[in-house]
Design a protein around this ligand. Structure first.
Ligand code: ATP
Length: 238
């Protein structure tokens, strides 16, 4: 099967500061792929590079078989790639609905925009209830739903979510993981998740990559990774 996303021999970073070295990963259509690793390993940088926000020194990023390494961010969005950033990147002084509409900025057809809004509200009924509320007044869990909802407004085929559970209570974290599975199974979205919750993310994903010091040090089927002794020790999975 052709990969929806392929990263080949990638070296990337910020200006002169190299973060990622020799990265090779792929994602197949319909998969959930988890990227885990310690703080500062380069997980966020990898997602940002796939989206087009960093400096690529060598190697390439292919999306749907097309080399997008030098493409602009909005071109990648138009092709069906989207990133929900760490920290959520919401506009606190705009309402929930205004934030969602920003996610559909490339779509000019009002009918399509309202259909997407309806889809997002059906996935997150809480956002419909709060549609006129300022984003800055949402709870942490609601804000994360809004960030994911805004990502969905571009109608992505591949959605990357960076640290969605950061700072949230355990119960909320579990419901967000359930929601990711639902997006995958019921809405056909391929997902890449970067997570601190290693065990949860491997439990819901098909495959995983472990990033350390800017390199992939381990990869494989998520079930195998869950049983890996090195990972168990490093991330206290038991
Ligand atoms: P965390 O789990 O803490 O978010 P991470 O695995 O996502 O970590 P990155 O945020 O990708 O790691 O950071 C990798 C390295 O890149 C770190 O050394 C970090 O200081 C550096 N870095 C991150 N953002 C920038 C930036 N905008 N400019 C320069 N260096 C950066």
């Amino acid at each position: 099967m052709a990969h929806i996303l392929e990263v080949r021999n990638l070296r990337a970073g910020y200006g002169e500061f190299e973060v990622l070295r020799d990265i090779n990963i792929h994602v197949d259509k319909g998969e959930i792929v988890a990227i885990v690793g310690p703080n500062g390993a380069g997980k966020t940088t990898l997602l940002r590079t796939i989206m087009g926000y960093t400096t690529v020194y060598s190697g390439s990023v292919l999306f749907k078989g097309i080399d997008i390494t030098r493409r602009k961010v909005h071109e990648r969005v138009a092709m069906g790639l989207m990133l929900v950033p760490e920290g959520r990147g919401l506009f606190p002084n705009l309402t929930v609905e205004e934030n969602l509409l920003i996610g559909a900025y490339l779509e000019k057809n009002p009918k399509k925009i309202s259909e997407r809004l309806e889809t997002v509200y059906s996935i997150f009924p809480r956002l419909r209830e709060r549609r006129s509320q300022l984003a800055g007044s949402l709870s942490g869990g609601e804000a994360q739903m809004l960030a994911i909802g805004r990502g969905l407004m571009s109608s992505p085929d591949l959605l990357m979510i960076d640290e969605m559970s950061l700072g949230l209570a355990p119960k909320l974290v579990l419901s967000l993981f359930d929601m990711v599975v639902k997006l995958n199974r019921e809405h056909g979205i391929t997902l890449v998740i970067v997570e601190q919750h290693v065990k949860n993310s491997l439990e819901i994903s098909n495959r995983g990559y472990v990033l350390e010091n800017g390199r992939i040090v381990l990869e494989g089927d998520s079930r195998q990774l869950l049983g890996n002794e090195m990972l168990k020790k490093a991330y206290l999975i038991y």
